[in-house]
Structure formats: C-alpha cells, structure tokens
Design a binder for this molecule. Sequence first.
Ligand code: GDP
Ligand code: MG
Length: 376
Amino acid sequence: FIMALNWFKKKKNKAEEKTRPDQKTGEVSQSFEFDDVQAETPENKTDIKHEEFESETPIPPDSIDEEVDRGASEKPTGFFKRLKNGLSKTRKLLTTDINDLFAGKRKIDDELLDELEEILITSDIGVQTATDLIRGISLKSSEISGPDQLKKVLREKILELLNAAMKPPQAIVNKPHVIMVIGVNGTGKTTTIGKLAARFSASGKKVIIAAADTFRAAAIEQLGIWADRAGVEIIKHREMSDPAAVAYDSIEAAVARDADIVLVDTAGRLHTKKNLMEELKKIKRTISNKLAGAPHEVLLILDATTGQNALSQASLFNDALDVTGIALTKLDGTAKGGIVVSICKTLEIPLTYIGVGEKIEDLQEFDPIQFVAALF
Ligand code: GDP
Ligand code: MG
C-alpha cells in the first residue's frame, strides 16, 4: 500500500511539473492577440442542404457500443461520420499510441501507465484529469490485458466525467429568443452564427442576424455571406457604427416581424481587452433594456486549437458577461481534442456545441456518448 501511495505521489509531482504556468496560478493568459489579422471570407461556399438537418433526428443512444456500430454503418455524409472525421487527429493520437503501448507486453505496468499519462496530457485532457484516469486504470489493471480493453475502460471513465458535467439544453420559450455570441477574434463567431442560423432556419424558425461586429466592413460582409447561405435576414449598419445600436435595431425588427431567433455577432478585438469587455457589456445591457429577459443565451466561442488558453479566455469572458454556454470550434484541426474533457471538467459552463469543420453542417450539439464513441 505504501509503495502504491509513493507511486501516486511521484505521479502527482511529475504531473504538476507539466502544468503550464497559467493553469497553476490561475492567471489569465495574455497570449491572444486583439490585433491579429483574420481571414474574413470563409473559403467554403457550400450550399445549405436543409434535408440533411431534417434527417438529423437525434437518436437516444443507449450505449457507446451501439453508437460505434451506428457509425460504422452510416453513410460518409452522416452526422456521426462527420464527428468521427472531425476528431480523426485526436483519435489518431490516442488510439495509435495506446496500441503501441502494448507492443511486446500483455500486462499493465508502471512504465505503461507513465506513457499513457503522457499521451493523455498531450491530448490536452488536463493534468489532473489524466492523473485521475491513470489512478482508476491502475486499480483495474488486473482486468486489462490489451489495448481494446484499455480503450474500453478509458471510454467509460471519460464518459462518466462528461456526463457529470452535462446540463439539459436550454429550451426556447421566448419569442424572440436572443443569443448573443462572444469570443476572441478568429475563434469562429461569425461562422458559428452562420451554421446556427442554418440549423434554426431548417427547423422552421424565423431567424434574424445582427451584425454588431462593426469594427471592420469586411466583418459585416462576411456575416452577410453567411446570412445569404442560411437564407435569413441580417440587420446591419455602417462600419464603425455603434454595435449596441445594431443590436437594438435587430430586437426591434425581430419583434416587428415576429421572428423566433436573434443571433447577435460581436467584435472579438478592440484596442484593449478592457474596451472590448465594456463594449460587450453595453451591448448586453442595451438588449436587456429593449427586451426584458434578453439575451436569453450568451454563447462563448472557443477555438479548440488554442488548447488550455481557451480555459483562460472562458474565465475572462464569463467574469464580465455571465456566459450561459460554450461552442468549441475547430476540433477537426487539432489532435488536442481532450480539451473537451478539460472544458467540461474545469468550467461550470455547459459545452453546448462543437464545430468539426468549416461547412455549414459541421456544427453539432455536444453529445458525450457520441463524442466518446467517435474518439475511441
Ligand atoms: P470570428 O472572428 O470569431 O468571427 O471567426 P470566423 O467565424 O471569421 O472564423 C475564423 C476562421 O475559422 C474561418 O476561416 C472559419 O472558416 C474557421 N472556422 C470556424 N469554425 C471552424 C471549425 O469548426 N473548423 C474549422 N476547421 N475551421 C473553422
Ligand atoms: Mg467575426
């Protein structure tokens, strides 16, 4: 028992050494840039395929295995296949390396657990979570004699963590239902709004988009392209006009036209972070003054490729604006998809959507079972 205890202590110390400074001190990382120049026009010009959304009825999955089977039989354009493709980099990191762990051995030993911990940390799952998972696995080690069993145990343990953090999605009861979308420049706000507009519109909702990122003309144009693709109306003013006024007008238009959903795009950079937060707060206040109870959702967009930095962005925005949900984009662009687990475990804010590509149909509601099934 004492040997085991020492082993865990050693693990823990080692793991803590690997912690990045911003995680350790809780300091907000300064590494995101407000002056980054961002590509404005999305490359992808795919037309919206409304049928695809309609056929996308969520299945109530009873088990991960069922989900894996479903994925295997699905056509390449299907919902689960898109998720699986999107997560391929992370899956490659996790599964290939886990298979390699067992090369030449049949049992779990300290060395194997060390290496597994390293893999999990590389996937950005979080140091504490990796340590907890390893502890769980070491307790079950006598039952695990190969990579498939190990993956099965990991699947179950990670699912447990994700399920514990899940909250039921917010029902849409107000008309209009206002969603204010915020986040650092380049994380995918405008793209996600386009994808959401298409989803809502395909499900029969009348959508209005507010171009309250007035910082550059190109940003307004980019949103206009997405509004066209989704077939929804956009409310816009001139470049550099007051974003709160755009938000105000969009609510007025939504009420007058009996719209169901208002999606408010916002800027992700200003001259300073303080300016940005103050401006976002002003937009939020203006929306509430115009329509009591609104905005009903404050959706924070985080970019999965920024790794642990996404977590510091979340606390920064949450402190200023009380975020109600997170959309995590660009999971397709990273092998560090373990950040999903970090987000669910560390933040009190539910992970509502994940983005697995640039196409309009590449936004999915986050579903832990499907996620874990696609990962392993
Ligand atoms: P904004 O500055 O927050 O409005 O970000 P944009 O919506 O302009 O997105 C920045 C870039 O990220 C664009 O090139 C998008 O196509 C890309 N992007 C957004 N979401 C995803 C995603 O889920 N996957 C990938 N691969 N790219 C994405
Ligand atoms: Mg934008």
